[in-house]
Design a protein around this ligand. Sequence first.
Ligand SMILES: [Ca+2]
Ligand SMILES: [Ca+2]
Length: 168
Amino acid sequence: MDLQKLIPILMLTIPFVKGQEELKEVCGCQDKWIRYNGSCYFISENAFSFADAETFCEQSYAHLVHIDTADENSFLKTYLLRMKDANYWIGSHDRLIEGLWTYVDTNQPLTFTDWSPGQPDSWHGHDEDCGLLYFPHKYMWDDGPCDNKIHAICELRLPEGNLLEIIG
Ligand SMILES: [Ca+2]
Ligand SMILES: [Ca+2]
């Protein structure tokens, strides 16, 4: 196993030598990441093109968010509604085959969607091949030009099972 793959495991393991409180805080998600169910999420302060947003997430061993369920979707929407108005990339796109939307982490078609009415529309024939949470519609989904620079939502799926149980 190379060091790059080992780092995320070390980051999950190191906290166990620290205090109980800190352990509870860190064993799931890194600082500034938000925990929800089996994943950690990071909302970027900087704005990126879709491709650069995915690269940004990969630097933390994550991907642009893959929204699997209505629960996860409403968690994100509720969270974003408390922040400043802005648009956010999610990991879905149809860059390869127009109209076939897949996720960057799995390359699989979407199983859950929350498109705004009339979306995705590749507006006025523009190439809008990348998925985003669109603040004017309370973070329902839209398709936008992949070169637009907006914020990224990264998702890091935690390993299955309860680490505390396994270790202790
Ligand atoms: Ca997810
Ligand atoms: Ca659109």
